[in-house]
Write a protein of this length. Structure first.
Length: 312
């Protein structure tokens, strides 16, 4: 357990006071720092947060994560005020795909539906047929009535979906689309971790490379990772995802042990959210997420298509 300093404790108290006084609900992704996870009313993965976004009654939300997630919240809640601690928390993988790239692939493959991982910008979502998350990508693609799919921006998740569905997945933007945090896990890391913790099962995120996935016992989104230790008798797990999960898992499963696959599994962008900028954002109610109406309308369609397929 990380001990907070006196300054941090003071900030935490001030944040709690401001949140109550100004009436904000705080939503935090599983990858934000542990102090912010503890301050959040709800923590979850992209899918959990996207779904919850449609159910929150409060019209003021402080979102802790990266920009494409805050945009998704805004798309699903256009009338709500959504603020973030910093506008600088972005996702290089989401940014690797642009509307121009999607348009050029659509021209080349006019009959292939476009499925975009929610880790994409609102402008790109506005050009997609469906969105998906790492938790439901296999389900969504298998339910679409087409054998060829344009899938982006994560080539690793795309290859996982191809493996599981048997469909032809054309990755967009291609080799440049990956999450640097998950793509960094190597076969050597898995070998070393297995040597160090011989009784542990290795769980990795589908954003990891195929070589790494093939050596692991379980592949799942962070939401699915939160369920697996309950279903499995094993007492020790090596976790191959962003280090933030090493805070959440032991809190939930107190009798089990969790080790990071690699200490360097850190998303620097998520870590740009900190106590100081959370406090300032609440104090000044600043860094509001705004999107053009047209983008909101268009980007909502593939998200709702995802929800429909999940219900069907
Ligand atoms: S963990 Fe990877 S996909 Fe998620 S926000 Fe960070 S860089 Fe993007």
């Amino acid at each position: 357990m990380i001990k907070e300093t006196a300054i941090e404790r003071e900030l935490i108290e001030k944040i709690k006071e401001l949140k109550e006084k100004k009436g904000y609900t705080i939503l935090g992704h599983n990858y934000v720092i542990s102090e912010l996870q503890d301050l959040s009313d709800i923590t979850g993965d992209s899918l959990q947060l996207a779904r919850l976004a449609t159910e929150i009654e409060n019209d003021k939300i402080l979102f802790l994560g990266v920009d494409f997630m805050a945009e998704t919240l805004k798309i699903l809640n256009p009338s709500k005020k959504i603020i973030v601690p910093t506008k600088g928390s972005t996702c290089p993988m989401a940014n690797s795909l642009t509307p121009e790239i999607i348009k050029s692939f659509k021209e080349k493959y006019p009959n292939a539906p476009v499925v975009l991982y929610v880790n994409s910008t609102a402008e790109c979502k506005a050009l997609a047929d469906y969105t998906c998350t790492s938790a439901n990508a296999v389900e969504i693609v298998s339910k679409i009535d087409s054998d060829t799919i344009l899938f982006g921006p994560d080539k690793n998740l795309g290859s996982y979906v191809a493996e599981k569905t048997g469909k032809k997945i054309i990755p967009i933007p291609g080799e440049t689309g990956y999450c640097y945090v998950h793509n960094r896990f190597s076969v050597e890391d898995v070998r070393k971790a297995k040597e160090k913790y011989p009784n542990a099962k290795i769980i990795v995120h589908p954003e990891s490379s195929k070589e790494v996935r093939d050596l692991c016992e379980y592949i799942g989104s962070t939401g699915q990772m939160m369920k697996f230790p309950k279903e499995d008798e094993t007492e020790e797990f090596i976790i191959g995802t962003e280090i933030g999960m090493i805070h959440k898992l032991p809190k939930t499963f107190k009798d089990k042990k969790f080790y990071p696959l690699k200490e360097l599994g850190i998303c620097n962008n998520m870590k740009k959210n900190n106590l100081k900028n959370v406090y300032e954002a609440l104090l000044n109610e600043e860094n509001e997420i705004n999107l053009p109406e047209e983008i909101i309308e268009k980007a909502k369609i593939p998200i709702m298509n995802m929800f429909k397929l999940m219900e069907g």
